[in-house]
Design a protein around this ligand. Structure first.
Ligand SMILES: Cc1cc2nc3c(=O)[nH]c(=O)nc-3n(C[C@H](O)[C@H](O)[C@H](O)COP(=O)(O)OP(=O)(O)OC[C@H]3O[C@@H](n4cnc5c(N)ncnc54)[C@H](O)[C@@H]3O)c2cc1C
Length: 441
């Protein structure tokens, strides 16, 4: 956001509580991020720094898995599906790949880039609260050393991530009633990424490996030629309270895929385990007078499709247009930010419903990817082109199929319905159609 605003000549200041670089989860991007990098002249930096190119994505499951190993009429037994981004051209995206990123390095470069474009950047400065009572300006309170200091601004953008600084202050945060996933992750050096990739060209894809525990999967994300990020995502109930038992869970879960287990055991773990929990939520409001929320501060959807960074980047792309127009007009009232609000809510609603379909009836995703009628439309979603249509037709078709399967206990897919999102669509649609999801944290 600061890069966009500074580039437009707007005076802006970033307060960042950490000292960069710092580690962060969220290392695999989707191609709609490229439009932002292009706008900000940041593609050159990504290429110069050698971030791994991500040409596609693959999903694998254990052949013996009852949940994800399928073999029935109309759908052959497939334990692996994959997609290349090059299969669908994207307007405004001139390269057939996106990137995997070490977030410590990537975030640091992006922060410096914003500074080079003219934004003032303060690291190690934590915003503690924002006062909106004066209609002419906002007052920010932040900590500097041991002192609390105040400053005024024409408006504020909350980009505080899952800390949701303003959302908490305003009591706007609404916990997602459906998704309660947790994750444990780390980095390995020397893991052989060829172990489950069918073709050499797939080695640097993101892999999602399903584990035969309901709603449990593992990400495999290249960080460098030798380093790979591995994370296990599971339901809260499987996520034990103690760190030792969480680590045990990590290895036990991976043990259900022996090839993976062996390859990881012969690699070196080079980072401590980190865990992330209880991360899905929405905000009752994401814009107000002199205020815009972007990225995770505005909404978090389950990370199964590597959505978060692209949502964060694109939310700044869309919101910056409204903010620049507001600055030109000298009017920072809430009505100025409605285009952003509608666009980002539409996009995150589509992501959310796609993810809900996926968890509810995983086999459907596999079937649609293999079906030439739907493959490119599914790819469009996975590329992150979710902001234009109210509901992409392929998503409507998927939802209808799930409803048919739910309503028919004799349907060959009925037994494969997942538990996590029982009735999720209905709820998701209602909740996201109305900003108030109806459930308070
Ligand atoms: C398990 C898991 C796996 C994920 N995998 C992926 C993935 O593969 N791909 C993907 O794209 N996304 C993924 N994500 C999501 C991704 O991590 C986030 O969506 C993304 O980092 C959001 O960016 P952001 O800029 O909104 O927030 P952040 O990147 O969190 O940045 C917020 C910044 O605000 C600072 N801050 C917070 N509070 C204050 C304060 N009071 N004052 C000053 N500064 C403050 C923080 O220090 C931080 O640097 C994953 C998330 C999880 C939980």
């Amino acid at each position: 956001m600061a890069a966009y605003l500074a580039k437009a000549g707007i005076d802006c200041v970033v307060f960042e509580r950490e000292l960069f670089p710092r580690p962060h989860v969220g290392e695999s991007l989707v191609p709609s991020s490229t439009r932002v990098f292009k706008d900000l002249d940041f593609l050159e930096v990504l290429e110069r720094e050698g971030f791994p190119h991500k040409y596609g994505a693959a999903w694998t499951s254990a052949a013996s898995s009852r949940i994800y190993g399928h073999n029935w009429k109309g759908l052959e037994a497939h334990t692996s599906v994959d997609l290349r981004f090059a299969e669908r051209e994207q307007e405004g995206v001139a390269q057939p790949y996106t990137y995997h990123v070490d977030r410590g390095k990537f975030d640091n470069l992006l922060l410096h880039h914003a500074h080079e474009l003219g934004a003032k950047v303060y690291e190690g400065v934590s915003v503690k609260g924002v006062d909106f009572s004066d209609p002419e300006q906002v007052t920010l309170r932040y900590g500097m050393g041991r002192r609390d200091v105040e400053t005024t601004a024409r408006m504020v953008v909350d980009a505080s991530g899952r800390r949701t600084q303003i959302g908490n202050q305003m009591k706007w945060r609404l916990k997602d009633p459906v998704f309660d996933q947790y994750a444990i992750h780390t980095w390995f050096d020397g893991y052989d990424r060829r172990v489950l990739s069918k073709r050499e060209e797939m080695v640097d894809y993101i892999f999602i490996h399903f584990l035969p525990v309901t709603n449990t999967w593992l990400w495999q994300i290249p960080i460098t030629d030798a380093i790979t990020s591995i994370g296990v995502v599971t339901q809260k109930k499987n996520f034990a309270a103690s760190r030792e038992s969480r680590e045990r869970f990590f290895w036990e879960a991976i043990g259900s895929r022996p090839e993976l287990f062996e390859a990881l055991q012969s690699a070196d773990r080079i980072r401590p385990f980190r865990d992330e929990g209880d991360y899905s939520y929405a905000m009752k409001h994401i814009v107000d007078d002199r205020l815009v929320l972007v990225g995770d501060a505005a909404r978090f959807v389950d990370p199964i499709f590597s959505t978060g960074v692209s949502i964060a980047l694109n939310s700044s792309r869309f919101a910056s247009r409204d903010i620049i127009a507001a600055a030109e007009a000298g009017d920072f009232s809430v009505g100025r930010f409605r285009t952003y609000e509608q666009t980002i809510r539409r996009g995150t609603k589509n992501w959310y419903n796609f993810i809900s379909v996926y968890y509810r009836l995983n086999v459907l995703f596999t079937a649609f990817i293999q079906d030439p009628r739907y493959r490119i439309d599914v790819l469009k979603l996975l590329q992150g082109d979710v902001y234009e249509e109210e509901e992409p037709p392929v998503l409507t078709r998927m939802r209808e199929t799930v409803s048919e399967v739910e309503a028919n206990p004799k349907h060959v897919w009925h037994d494969y319905l997942g538990s996590i999102t029982s009735n999720a669509f209905v709820d998701a649609l209602q909740r996201t159609a109305e900003p108030d999801m109806g459930v308070r944290a």
